[in-house]
Design a protein around this ligand. Structure first.
Ligand code: DAH
Length: 345
């Protein structure tokens, strides 16, 4: 009789040794089977009354060993599970499931054009100067030779900060010229990309915020020819090696002489006629030799130094290159619009 009961315990012990778990559920089944309130070992303890008296002690010892083995195994399984949790067990992975596509995002068309321009000028030694968007009227207007009564200073055109007549949102990146010339000594060779603001009615063609890139080159003996060659190089890098430019006389308070530069766009189809108003030419930027008054205002001797400057809008160039017909699309951040530029660098 006793030996039969001993054999039962032996079988349970053998089975215990072969137990494995794969996850929290099988760990719980193991616990219920060996350590739960109605576990198998408890049932065996109930058999003690059927064991011969002289073997009762031995039987009790065996059951205690079994119980301890079950407890140790449970602890071991628990540790195993904890150390592998987080990394799914191999059996939980569905290797045939489709890959979750992650979206890589895209560059904004304004950034694309800005980066292109920065690269082009970087190759001929222009470094990037970034400055504040909230300016004072001295850097934005006075230093740039724009008199007090100039219409650009009017509240109608310029966003002044609340209750201020001197602090404003810069209306052009030309303010960076004043910032750089008052803090650096020539030779100066910078481009200043950035956002500017004007109090304009928003439409498909104009916005109250937009981007410009300013250029400034100051050194001894800088000539109009240097400027022309620099801008021709820019036009050919930006619009292709065949690009032609023309400079038309113009006026800006901060340059003398001043010019506007057109790039030949071509007249190959109806769109070209519309975009260039039938001329084939597109106005790209304003430029000129830095007015001696500006140099004096910023503490640079015009008898020793001369320089040229230019300023160009970015949105218009982005719209031309990517055939965007409404400037507002550049500021709405509609993901469907922006997604069209994914992969463009
Ligand atoms: N600041 C001018 C504007 O916003 C653009 C410009 C014209 C900048 C001529 C220049 C320049 O540096 O020389 O319309």
């Amino acid at each position: 009789m006793s030996s039969e009961i001993f054999a039962k315990v032996q079988r349970v012990l053998e089975i215990l040794h072969t137990e494995t778990i794969t996850d929290a559920t099988s760990l719980e089944s193991f616990r219920i089977k060996y350590l739960g309130s109605k576990n198998e070992i408890k049932a065996l303890f109930g058999e003690i009354k059927n064991v011969d008296n002289d073997r009762k002690k031995e039987f009790g010892q065996l059951l205690n060993d079994l119980k301890q083995a079950a407890e140790e195994k449970f602890e071991l399984f628990k540790e195993q599970l904890e150390s592998t949790s987080g990394s799914q067990s191999a059996t939980d992975l569905d290797l045939t499931a489709p890959v979750e596509m992650f979206s890589s995002g895209s560059r904004h068309p304004v950034s694309l054009i800005l980066n292109k321009i920065i690269n082009i000028f970087g190759r001929i030694g222009f470094t990037v100067a970034e400055e504040r968007e909230i300016e004072d009227d001295w850097h934005n207007f006075s230093a740039m030779n724009t008199p007090e009564d100039h219409p650009a200073r009017d509240m109608q055109d310029t966003f002044y900060l609340k209750d201020s007549t001197t602090e404003l949102l810069r209306t052009h990146t030309s303010s960076v010229q004043a910032r750089i010339m008052t803090t650096q000594k020539p030779p100066i060779r910078i481009i200043a990309p950035g956002r500017v603001y004007r109090n304009e009615t928003i439409s498909s063609r104009s916005h109250c915020q937009f981007h410009q890139v300013e250029g400034l080159y100051i050194d001894k003996n800088v000539s109009f020819a240097d400027m022309k060659q620099t801008l021709l190089y820019f036009a050919r890098e930006m619009y292709g090696p065949q690009a032609e430019i023309r400079l038309r006389p113009s006026f800006f308070p901060f340059t003398e002489p001043s010019a506007e530069m057109d790039v030949y766009w071509g007249l190959n189809n109806e769109d070209d006629y519309r975009i260039t108003k039938g001329t084939g030419w597109l106005e790209i930027l304003g430029c000129g030799m830095v007015d001696p008054n500006v140099l004096i205002n910023c503490g640079i001797d015009p008898e020793v130094y001369s320089g040229f400057a230019f300023g160009m809008g970015i949105e218009r160039q982005a719209m031309l290159q990517y055939k965007i017909t409404d400037i507002r699309q550049l500021f709405e951040n509609d993901a469907r619009f922006l997604r069209q530029f994914s992969g463009v660098i």
